[in-house]
Design a protein around this ligand. Structure first.
Ligand code: SF4
Ligand code: SF4
Length: 336
């Protein structure tokens, strides 16, 4: 794989050029990913904690109009909403975030091709970065990734020393970006970056995902779900911070008697009303059934349907849970 070297200062210069060229630049700040106006906002540190939420909102916004309508006396006029088609570069994404678009693409291109998601992903360039953070909630290695995984990245950064990064060119998209700003890069030394990479500590593997899948297939009615449900607050924080949760609801919002818009809004399977039928019946009427759905969707149903685990092992859901529900522990306990 082709590799280059960029100094920290030149990486900031490159970021400045990306913004000056009219592209969106998204990078981690102290606690969240954000759109960069000024490069002093960027916090690039391989040892930093994952941001509180992933960057999925930049391809799958919390709320977005999908069409507008106008009612006439005898007809309705429909106007398409167009997603913004602006090139966007994400800098410094951890491997537990970079593969999220690949995983999400499966569901957004299954029975219906979601143009809003696809247009944005097509215009995204992901610059991933090796990760040296690890806490008790991390489990990327249990779901087929690692702190040095390039999956989902177009370019991948490895810090060589205090002043320089190796830049691995993973895809054609990444190469195009590098070629455009080549004045900031020099020839790489893959032996040196390999040496750095080999020293990175990996989280211990916490479970065998195939065994978890098979256990879930046999234990739909297991009493553990009710116990977890008794603790869970049904707040859906876990879904909103997750790089790959993707429940949404479609709602018509009237501006007036004649005009309105149809919105796609994030939703969460941990909310009691998520499966509430108009009749009043709710097939997931207790929280235990909702948490069981969360785990089954991620570790069984998505695997059966798309051959992917719907989880990158980032640990965000557990790190942020107000009642310390830890998905890694729960999944690791899915065994006889
Ligand atoms: S964040 Fe914790 S309390 Fe909130 S819905 Fe998720 S598991 Fe339940
Ligand atoms: S389920 Fe939790 S650990 Fe898995 S990707 Fe989502 S937030 Fe991260």
């Amino acid at each position: 794989m082709e590799e280059k070297i960029i100094s920290k200062q030149n990486l900031l210069n490159l970021c400045r050029d990306i913004v000056a060229d009219g592209h969106n630049l998204i990078a981690p700040g102290k606690t969240e990913y954000g759109v960069v106006q000024d490069t002093s906002q960027i916090v690039l540190d391989t040892s930093s904690k994952p941001t509180k939420a992933s960057y999925k909102t930049f391809v799958f916004p919390k709320a977005e109009p999908i069409l507008y309508y106008k009612r006439g006396k005898n007809d309705v006029q429909i106007l398409d909403a167009e997603p913004e088609q602006k090139k966007t570069v994400i800098l410094g994404a951890k491997p537990c975030d970079t593969n999220s678009f690949n995983i999400l693409s499966k569901v957004f291109n299954w029975d219906y091709k979601d143009d809003f998601f696809n247009y944005r992903v097509k215009n995204f360039i992901v610059i991933g970065m090796m990760c040296e953070f690890m806490d008790k909630f991390c489990f990327c290695t249990s779901v087929g990734s690692s702190p040095v995984s390039e999956k989902g990245s177009d370019l991948f950064l490895i810090p060589l020393d205090a002043e320089n990064y190796a830049v691995r060119i993973v895809t054609e998209k990444g190469k195009e970006l590098i070629d455009k700003y080549s004045k900031y890069l020099t020839e790489g030394n893959p032996a040196k970056s390999k040496e750095v990479e080999e020293k990175v500590k990996h989280p211990e593997i916490a479970f065998d995902s195939q065994q978890v899948h098979d256990w879930l297939a046999k234990n739909f009615e297991h009493p553990k779900w009710e116990g977890i449900g008794d603790m869970c607050l049904s707040c859906a924080q876990c879904a909103f911070v997750c790089p790959v949760c993707h429940c949404f609801d479609i709602v018509d919002e009237d501006y007036s008697y004649t005009e309105g818009r149809r919105m796609k809004n994030w939703d969460g399977c941990q909310f009691g009303h998520f499966t509430l039928h108009a009749s009043g019946h709710n097939p997931r009427d207790i929280q235990g059934k909702r948490y069981r759905q969360r785990v089954n969707h991620k570790f069984k149903y998505y695997v059966d349907k798309f051959g992917e685990i719907l989880c990158t092992g980032c640990g965000r859901c557990s790190r942020g849970c107000a009642v310390s529900i830890d998905i890694k522990e729960i999944v690791a306990d899915c065994k006889d």
